[in-house]
Design a protein around this ligand. Structure first.
Ligand SMILES: [Cu+2]
Length: 176
């Protein structure tokens, strides 16, 4: 009955702790979440190190789709996302534009089903993560505006569903 909230929580707060079930998005989140209730317990602080920085291959956002098979599924293209800020580096105390450039098989994705940015000071707990919805600017460019409260290291994680595939990855930025 209250199962509905599970995929949402996975996307907004437990992210990588639940990475195997994904963030909802394309697949059947409800049924997947049912099957993996035991995974959502521990490991919140590890999330920043967990991701895919270790894989020098081209399939960066592999954690959502096929966590263990990125090498063996060259046919399954993933959406590619490039995250930038304007200005770069961001400045504290003034509105900063967060920009995602989304492509699929080298073509801009105009019709992404979901583009969100999750922002938090590096090392901060889940409760302080901010989730922004991005607006399409055409040509595969999606933007949102955020004012960083102060200088320092922040994580910006994009959550993108394009062509039915959800990808997500944190990027560290140094706010000036
Ligand atoms: Cu996500």
């Amino acid at each position: 009955m209250h199962r509905l909230s599970v995929p949402l929580i996975a996307c907004t707060s437990l992210l990588l702790a639940l990475s195997l079930t994904g963030c909802g998005g394309a697949q059947t989140p409800a049924s997947q979440a049912q099957r993996t209730p035991s995974q959502n317990a521990p490991a919140p602080p590890a999330m920043q190190q967990v991701p895919q920085g270790t894989a020098p291959s081209m399939n960066m956002p592999e954690q959502m789709e096929m966590p263990t098979q990125t090498q063996t599924t060259p046919a399954a293209a993933l959406p590619q996302v490039t995250l930038t800020t304007v200005p770069d580096p961001p400045k504290a105390g003034t509105p900063v534009q967060v920009v995602a450039h989304v492509t699929y098989e080298n073509a801009p994705v105009e019709d992404a089903q979901l583009v969100k940015f999750e922002i938090w000071p590096t090392g901060a707990p889940m409760e302080v993560h901010q989730m922004l919805s991005a607006t399409s600017q055409h040509n595969g460019v999606y933007t949102a505006t955020y004012t960083f409260p102060k200088a320092g290291s922040y994580q910006i994680m994009y959550h993108v569903t394009a062509k039915g595939i959800h990808v997500m990855k944190p990027v560290e930025v140094q706010v000036q």
